[in-house]
Design a protein around this ligand. Structure first.
Ligand code: NAP
Length: 552
């Protein structure tokens, strides 16, 4: 085998480096995949487009960025020592703490020497004669790998809407998903935020603190509820440590990867007064508990959902002092949970600040960006800074931009022209030895838990192939069809509506296909067990003509 280490900053154009496993992406999934591959005895390396560790938590460094999964449920669970030694400061950590945590993990497990930063994948081609991937980086350097694991994430390619004149603007403009490392100073400046999804509603209160004025451009209102963040007390820290094993057990088996207790009652089993009291408890509950611990029929009975929405609407009307603004902040086009709900801290209160304005794009659409600001149907607002909180090319965005070509030179983008086809959300037929844990057809919920399940499966599959002398592992088309059909069938029953970006509907021209695993984590567990019981029957395993084990 060739040496596993990639020299950080190695000069471009040097001799190709060959490894067993090349991981793309130093986010939470890629770091874990690198750790597992090395631990299983493979030579492995990781390339990352950014200049540092963190993935989502590297790129999304905008003010106000923080978890909405509890910190200790989002962090890694594979090492009790790591769980013990890292003290999260808040129940929902801010981006800088998460970035520090991921850097700590990388150094704690001596992973950094296997990583190369500033290394974008320009092309990845499968060579059938050697059963290896040749990965070409942006600087022209090549890495040959037996197995290629794209841990490139589902929310990693920022989306900018095609608004006329975007390049004409003379002020500063930034996307939340590519926030600069150098702090953006908005003190005394006229700032606009376009978009009111999870990113928009986090950055809006943070910017309002110092901006001279803040204009929020909202196309669709969201059902936002309080995150209810707070510091973790010393007693809670001690309790977390004491309960590490049981926390791990719950998180490793729960459907959505959360620790919240599911409720046992349906909405109309309670009297009006009981329901109101329960909704108050939900309003004060942490983050996603409003979904996972709410009434059992919340997402399935429109009348039940309407009760909860009416409760939220009353809260918004009681917080926002201007009645017209309050009405504009209430969704009219979707139920709670039909889109991924954002969780907020001081969001609605921000609109009581006289320097904050809400522009309802339904009433006054954006016509163009000018040199001076944003022109809507009612005139131009002059601005110094525009923030695009306009989301991402979800699910397939990153994989579609890596120049991936499998057997017979077939491009992944062509194989997926009508939407992604996968087995277990980790492999697609015709692309041997390519895996993408945490990619399309992963489940909704607390991402690191589900993605970690997939990384564990990928690692086991690689070990199985190696231990049985195979150097190619490729999902059978039949297994891929079966899984993809399950996803498509389940999409009709999914709580998310077709307006959700989970169907790719925010990207013009993208096929409207469900991009999550509609069977959820239980389906993934069942299928993985079946794969293992049948000695990987769903996969074709073979030896290359160049001989097993050779990546040279
Ligand atoms: P998003 O949910 O897709 O929201 C994008 C926003 O931009 C929406 O309000 C959308 O309006 C608006 N928009 C898009 N095109 C527009 C246009 N042409 N004109 C005006 N407005 C436009 O993206 P996001 O807020 O970045 O969040 C994406 C996901 O990232 C979240 O759902 C979540 O999974 C993750 N995230 C998590 C956290 C966290 O707390 N941990 C924080 C941020 C993000 P429409 O609704 O009308 O399309």
């Amino acid at each position: 085998m060739e040496p596993s280490d990639i020299e950080p900053g190695a000069p471009s154009g040097g001799a190709p480096t060959a490894v067993d496993v090349l991981v793309v992406g130093a986010g939470i999934t890629g770091i874990y995949q690198l750790y597992r591959a090395l631990g299983a005895g493979f030579s492995a390396a990781l390339v990352e487009a950014g200049d540092g560790v963190g993935g989502t938590w590297y790129w999304n460094r905008y003010p106000g960025a923080r978890f909405d999964s509890e910190s200790y449920t989002y962090g890694y669970l594979f090492s009790e020592e790591l769980f013990d030694e890292w003290e999260w400061q808040e129940h929902f950590a801010q981006q800088p703490e998460t970035e520090r945590y991921l850097n700590h993990v990388v150094d704690r497990f001596d992973l950094r020497r296997h990583m190369r930063f500033g290394a974008t994948v320009a092309a990845a081609t499968f060579d059938e004669s050697t059963a290896c991937w040749t990965v070409t980086l942006g600087d022209g350097r090549e890495v040959r790998a037996r197995f290629l694991v794209a841990a490139t994430g589902v929310l990693s390619v920022p989306f900018f809407p095609a608004v006329t004149g975007r390049d004409d603007f003379r002020g500063e403009q930034h996307h939340t998903g590519r926030w600069p490392a150098t702090p953006v100073d908005v003190a005394g400046k006229r700032v606009a935020v376009i978009g009111t999804g999870s990113s928009g509603v986090q950055i809006i209160p943070a910017l309002a603190e110092t901006a001279a004025s803040l204009t929020v451009y909202q196309r669709t209102a969201n059902w936002c509820t309080p995150l209810n963040n707070r510091p973790i007390t010393a007693a809670e820290q001690a309790q977390l440590r004491a309960e590490c094993a049981s926390i791990r057990e719950v998180l490793n088996t729960s459907v959505a990867g959360f620790r919240h207790e599911p409720h046992d009652r349906a909405t109309f089993e309670d009297s009006d007064a009981e329901r109101l009291a329960f909704f108050e408890t939900m309003w004060r509950s942490p983050g996603f508990a409003k979904l996972s611990s709410n009434y059992t029929d919340l997402l399935f009975d429109p009348a039940a959902n309407a009760e909860w929405c009416a409760f939220i609407a009353a809260k918004v009307r009681s917080i926002v002092t201007d009645p017209d603004t309050a009405e504009q902040l209430l969704p009219r086009d979707h139920r709670f949970g039909e889109k991924r709900p954002p969780f907020v801290t001081g969001y609605y209160e921000t609109f009581n600040d006289p320097t904050v304005d809400l522009v309802d794009l339904g009433r006054t659409p954006i016509l163009r960006i000018t040199e001076a600001g944003i022109e809507t149907a009612d005139g131009v607002r002059e601005l110094d800074v525009i923030v695009w909180a306009t989301g991402f090319d979800f699910g397939t965005g990153a994989l579609a931009r890596m120049g991936i070509r499998g057997r017979d030179g077939v491009a992944l983008v062509d194989h997926w022209a009508d939407g992604p086809k996968t087995f277990l959300g980790v492999q697609t037929s015709g692309f041997p030895n390519l895996f993408f844990p945490g990619g399309p057809h992963a489940a909704a919920g607390n991402n690191p838990r589900y993605n970690g399940d997939q990384v564990d499966f990928v690692t086991d599959a690689l070990v199985f192939a190696r231990d049985h002398g195979f150097d190619t592992i490729e999902v059978e088309p039949e297994a891929e069809e079966r899984w993809t059909a399950m996803v498509d069938r389940g999409a009709a029953a999914a709580p998310f509506g077709e307006r959700s970006y989970f169907f790719g509907s925010n990207i013009p021209g993208k096929p409207r296909k469900y991009l999550l695993n509609s069977g959820g984590r239980p389906k993934l567990f069942r299928e993985i067990a079946r794969v293992i019981d049948t000695d990987y029957e769903a996969f074709r395993l073979s030896r290359s003509s160049a001989g097993a084990g050779s990546t040279a």
